[in-house]
Each structure stands twice: as C-alpha cells, then as structure tokens.
Write a protein that binds this ligand. Structure first.
Ligand SMILES: NC(=O)c1ccc[n+]([C@@H]2O[C@H](COP(=O)([O-])OP(=O)(O)OC[C@H]3O[C@@H](n4cnc5c(N)ncnc54)[C@H](O)[C@@H]3O)[C@@H](O)[C@H]2O)c1
Length: 311
C-alpha cells in the first residue's frame, strides 16, 4: 500500500479550507490544520492528524509546527480577514496587517521550508490583474500584465513575487492558483460573494422580506466544490507544476444568478439593489486544464441546485 502523504493546510479553518476538507480523500492523505482560529466542533467531523492554533507570524510556534512531520504538501490559504467584511475590505482598512499576513507571514513560511522537500500550493487571486477595462485582450494569460487596483490585490501580487524569488533562488516547488470569486455554502464573512449567499438563503424563505445589495457588473465565479477540486487535482498532478495558474471561472451577474435561483423557488419579497462592482478580466486557464486535467463540473444551473439542496 502507498504511504499516506502528509498535508498541512494553513488557514484550513476558513471557507476554502473547509471546502477542501470536505472533498479530500482521507484514505490517501494525513491532514493537519494550522490556523489562528480553530473551530474544533466543526472540524471534529474529519480525521485531523494535528491541529496547530497559531498565526503564521508567530515564528517559534511555526517552527515547532513545521518540525512535527515531514510535510509532503503545504496548502497556504491564510489571508487577513479583518472584521469579517471580506478580504478586499480588510486590506483596504488595515493595509499593514494585510501586508503582514498576506506577504510577511507567507515569506516567513517559505523561508523556513527552504531546504525541505515540501511542495507548496497557495491561493492567489484574480485581483492581481487590474480592472477589465484596462486590458485590450479578451482574456488574460498567466504572464499578462499585472496591475492591481486594490491593496488586497497588491498584497497578492507581492506574495507572487515572494514565491518567484524562492523558486528562482532556492529551487522550491511552489504553485499558486489565482482564484476568482468563490461562491457556495459555508462562506462566513461579508465579502463580495456574501450577497450571493444571502440570495441562496433568502430564496428558500418566501415569506420573509429581504433586500440584498449586489453589483450589477459582471462577476466571475467558481463553485466551492470546483475550487476545492482544483487544489486536490494540483496535489495529485503527475506533471511538475508551474509557479502560477489562472483559475477556471464562469462569467455571470446578479440577475442571471437570481433567475437561476428563481427556477427552484420564488421569493417575491426578495429585492435586489445594485451597486457598481469591479470586474476583472476573464482568465485564460488552459494551463491549469493541461497540467491538472481540471474541468468545471458545476455550471450555474448545477451549482444552484447543489447549493439549495444543502440549505
Ligand atoms: N474566497 C474567495 O472568493 C477567494 C478568491 C480569491 C482568492 N482567495 C484566497 O483564498 C484563500 C482562502 O480564502 P477564504 O475565502 O477561505 O478566506 P477565509 O478568511 O475564510 O480563510 C482564511 C483562513 O486563514 C486564517 N488566518 C488568517 N490569518 C492567519 C494567520 N496569520 N495565521 C494563520 N491563519 C490565519 C483565518 O482564521 C481563516 O480561517 C485566501 O488566501 C484568499 O486570499 C479567496
């Protein structure tokens, strides 16, 4: 029998971390979690090998956690979430803390893994690109110009540069995936996707009045189960992964999503009000498909059905 791989998920208590936990095959991997906040009651459903309650900024605790096992993979998902109003807002409200967690904490981790044989997969974001209107091409590739328009985007771009430095100078095996907006059940902070979660929750309660604020501008989304599958495909890939991957996404908008939810339930008391959001360029994700065999399983229709079945 093949030896189980040791995986440490940093930021594993969050939305994406929980999604990955649900999708992972625990027969194949020993999973451990490091997070500044651990909801043990929730995590009890899984056979977690080690819990480390610490911040990536706590050098001694990090050193001890990293010494605990020979880690085959570290999945780094930690990001500054501020008061729970979304990663974008958090970085704009406290840039120093966002720099500390999104960049310095990540750099500390890479520095400690310099001479180890650990593969690192981490979450970057589509926000490293600027607004769609600043690009001439229809879709952007991994090497297209990066031009973040937010402080959150800037921290992700800096983290990409940090990773490139360690890859070049220490031949480390580090791969990022630039996620678009991840949607689905389990989101517990008020970021861009929260309005879509509100829509899902409101639609099944037709007698309650809801007013939800959502951008009228196009949104590029991926369902949490697909986002989690990507990370697992990256772990399982037989190909040596590249430093960066654009992620697959589906272009939609608030109205299209509402129409799809309305096919299952109708809540006439649900009012959507619009503001203008940011649209990032559509990412070309051929490289991801080629190297990991990933294909989107959840169209808007399918994800809405799956989501509502869980409420
Ligand atoms: N959710 C999205 O739509 C989306 C889109 C693009 C990229 N991403 C990236 O994916 C990653 C995961 O996102 P998420 O939606 O699960 O966010 P999340 O806030 O739900 O999860 C982040 C986790 O990191 C933990 N954390 C924060 N600071 C820490 C620190 N210093 N040390 C240890 N743990 C710390 C938090 O407690 C939390 O459990 C983030 O890096 C984010 O930037 C997310």
């Amino acid at each position: 029998m093949l030896e189980k791989k040791n995986i440490l998920i940093i930021g594993g208590n969050g939305f994406l971390g929980q999604g990955i936990l649900k999708s992972l095959n625990f027969q194949k991997y020993n999973i451990s979690i490091l997070d500044i906040f651990l909801d043990i009651k929730n995590l009890r459903d899984y056979k977690i090998q080690h819990y480390f309650k610490c911040s990536t900024l706590e050098k001694n605790k990090m050193r001890n956690a990293l010494k605990e096992e020979k880690w085959d993979y570290i999945i780094h998902l930690a990001a500054f979430g501020g008061n729970g109003n979304g990663l974008l807002k958090a970085a704009s409200e406290d840039f120093n803390k966002a720099l500390n967690i999104n960049v310095t904490g990540f750099a500390n981790l890479l520095d400690k893994l310099k001479n180890k044989n650990t593969k690192i997969i981490w979450a970057s974001s589509t926000v490293v690109f600027g607004e769609e209107s600043t690009y001439l091409q229809e879709s952007v590739k991994e090497n297209s110009i990066l031009n973040p328009s937010t402080k959150y985007g800037l921290t992700k771009l800096m983290a990409e540069q940090v990773a490139n430095y360690y890859i070049k100078n220490y031949k480390m095996d580090i791969s990022a995936i630039r996620f678009p907006i991840i949607i689905g059940p389990g989101l517990n902070y008020r970021g861009v996707a929260a309005g879509i979660s509100d829509m899902a929750n409101a639609i099944v309660q037709p007698n309650i009045k809801y007013k939800i604020l959502l951008p009228s501008t196009p949104l590029d989304v991926i369902y949490i189960k697909d986002a989690s599958e990507i990370v697992i495909n990256m772990i399982d890939s037989k190909v040596k992964l590249k430093n960066i991957y654009n992620c697959a996404s589906i272009r939609t908008n608030a109205l299209k999503l509402l129409n799809e939810f309305n096919k299952f339930y109708k809540n006439k008391n649900l009012i959507i009000t619009n503001n203008i959001g940011t649209t990032y360029p559509i990412m070309n994700w051929q490289r991801l498909e080629k190297d990991t065999n990933f294909k989107i399983k959840y169209s808007i229709k399918k994800l809405v059905k799956d989501w509502l079945s869980q409420i």
